[in-house]
Each structure stands twice: as C-alpha cells, then as structure tokens.
Design a protein around this ligand. Structure first.
Ligand code: KG4
Ligand code: ZN
Length: 344
C-alpha cells in the first residue's frame, strides 16, 4: 500500500510517499522559516497562503522522485490537527480533492501521533510498549504508549513548551528565529570551564512528571539585563541548553522508572538537540532511547504518511473496508488532545 502524506499544520509544507512494503519512497519539504524570520515568529495568514502556493508542486515533485503517478497512490494521510486552523485547511482541502478525484481513502492524522511514531520509521524500530517524550515548539509531554492509538498522558508542561524555552531564550540573545538550533550552535562554541551562570532546573526535583519552563526565560532575561559580553554569550547559551536538557532527560528517566518501561522514544523538533541525545544515550544500563532521523525531527510529510499507513494497515487486518467517500467527512481540529485518540 502506497500512502501519500501531507503536512501543513504550521510553517512547513511537507509531502511524502510511504510504502508499507518498501518504506519511505520519496519526500519533499518547504520550510517557511525565511518568510517568518522577518516577524520573529510564525504569521498564520502568511503561513496559509504559502501552503497554497507550495502544496501542488511538492506533491508533483514527490511523485516524480518516486517515479510514480497519482494513480499509484492507494490512500492519502493528512494532518487534521492540532495546529493553525487556516494552515491545516490547506492540507486537508488538498488531500480531500486528491482523494475525491482518485476515489481513494483520506485519513486525518494527529500531528503529534506523527511525531510520536517517527522513530519507528528507522532501521531499528522500538517495540511497544514504551514511554514517549514529545518535545516540540508547542508541546512538552510524557506519554505511556501501549500501542497504536493507546496513549496515556503522564506529564505535561504547565506553561511554556521546551522548544518555546529554546526559542525565547534565543530571542533574548538576539539569535533570531527559530532559536533552538541557533542557540545550540552557539552553545557548542563555548570553550568550557565555569560559565559564571547558574539557571534554575524547574521542577526537576519534584516527584510529578510535569514541566515548567517560563521561570527559565525570566532567569535568562535577568542575566541578559545585567549585561552579557561577547565571550559570555556562548557560556549563557550553554547553560540554557544544559538547564532545559537536564530537566527533559531527568523527567523522562523518572517516567521510565514510574512505569517500569525500558524503552524511551523521543520526538518533535527538540529531539534534534545533540545535548538531549547525548544525555539520554548515556542514561545507563537497562534504558534504551530511540530518536527519529535528524531530517524527521521537525515537521515533515513522512511521519504523517507513516502514521496513516499504520492505521490503515491495522484496519485492513481487521477486515475493515475503508470507504473513500465516508472518509472525506472530517474537519480540521486546531485543538486536539493526543491522549483522546483511540486505536484504529
Ligand atoms: O516539531 P517542530 O518542528 O514544530 C512544532 O510542531 O512545534 O518543533 C520546532 C521546535 C522549535 O521550537 C525549534 O527551536 C526546536 O523545535 N528545535 C530545536 C532544535 N531543532 C529544532 N531545539 C533545540 N535544539 C535543536 N537542535
Ligand atoms: Zn510538529
């Protein structure tokens, strides 16, 4: 089965073709980062308009790369939510149009389920059950994952997301948008030794599995106001990265201990962070951390095609016929809790 995946929930237009027998056949991505950089963040109306411009050419180039035609597509998976309403609408309308024209089923996919399952696209996929750490620009969640669509929320952020903490700290250091990769790159230039900064590790010692990152941003602001010389910038960036990744790694290991699971799956944009990867890879005996390929950490069409394929396969195994027409009757869901999903 060949599934065309479409992602337009935020500021990336992602398209991919996933085959249940041969794996990922082709993928294409257009990032709007350059367009939004000027405004210091994503402008929803501009995002929607750009998705309109990019979607069809990206579908065409993805099919061409795979050496396939639209007729070779068996189903379409599209991000239904959560995300920016106008941006989601572009992908969903496009997917429905293709599905209707071809008479093929269209499946709405939860964006975070796409992220969560993306490490399973690798060569050595983790088996269920596992604990998932979802860390993106909008979410910071720990989940117990028993199987496809069986997600129990263990912990969440009470304020800012981890990616937001990276982005806001980077903004205070005038590193531009999106800040995570830029802050991490600056931190990597730090020479070592005493940084002269000590930022809080919010909630790290608390027994619960929740996160809080807004205090960190305030602490960075205080440090910046005192004045950070050119040499100290890398030291402060290093301390920010250490503080965020200490908390993420610490809470993830606490979630493993609390549930008794040994496998940890980390996904979302912040899973690209090298310090987070290093800390979790070194977590010790009995714990194995799985990450997506670097190209699949941030938003992409491959994870959406893959999540749709897994769900359609499970339905087919149960003998459930997917009626193309009935599958067109869904709307976008800008707000949608991952733990509310059901198994296919
Ligand atoms: O998953 P994603 O592409 O979009 C959302 O669904 O939010 O995540 C984007 C977030 C941004 O906050 C970005 O700064 C962060 O992921 N990010 C990173 C790194 N790469 C992306 N944060 C820290 N280190 C990185 N290497
Ligand atoms: Zn995302």
């Amino acid at each position: 089965m060949r599934v065309l995946g479409i992602e337009t929930s935020c500021d990336e237009t992602g398209v991919a073709l996933y085959c249940t027998e041969r794996g990922l056949l082709a993928q294409a991505l257009h990032s709007q980062v350059e367009m939004h950089r000027h405004y210091g963040g994503v402008v929803p109306e501009l995002a929607s308009r750009d998705h309109v411009r990019r979607l069809v050419p990206l579908v065409e180039s993805t099919l061409a790369d795979a050496g396939l035609a639209l007729d070779d597509v068996d189903a379409i998976g599209v991000t239904e939510g959560p995300g920016l309403a106008g941006a989601l609408l572009v992908g969903v309308a496009g997917a429905k149009a293709v599905g209707y024209a071809l008479g093929k089923p269209v499946l709405g996919v939860h964006h975070l389920e796409g992220h969560l399952l993306s490490p399973l696209l690798g060569a050595d996929p983790p088996a269920f059950p596992f604990v998932a750490l979802l860390v993106s620009g909008g979410h910071t969640q720990l989940l117990e994952v028993e199987g496809l669509g069986r997600y129990r929320l263990l912990g969440d952020t009470v304020d800012d997301a981890a990616g937001e903490a990276f982005d806001k700290s980077a903004k205070l250091l005038e590193l531009g948008y999106p800040g995570g990769p830029a802050l991490s790159a600056l931190a990597a230039t730090w020479r070592g030794g005493e940084t002269g900064f000590r930022l809080p590790r919010p909630k790290l010692k608390d027994p619960d599995l929740d996160f809080s990152f807004s205090g960190l941003k305030t602490a960075v602001l205080t440090a910046v106001r005192k004045g950070v010389g050119p040499d100290a910038r890398a030291a402060l960036a290093h301390e920010v990265e250490q503080a965020i990744t200490d908390v993420l790694a610490g809470k993830a290991l606490r979630a493993l201990a609390a549930t008794g699971h040994t496998r940890l799956v980390v996904s979302g944009g912040v899973s690209a962070n090298r310090e987070l990867r290093r800390k979790l890879a070194a977590a010790g005996a009995g714990v194995r951390a799985h990450f997506p390929a670097l190209a699949l950490c941030t938003d992409n069409g491959a994870m959406i095609a893959f999540a749709a394929a897994l769900r359609l396969q499970a339905m087919a195994r149960r003998g459930e016929r997917v009626d193309p027409a009935s599958r067109l009757d869904f709307d976008v869901r800008p707000r949608w809790a991952l733990a509310s999903l059901q198994p296919p």
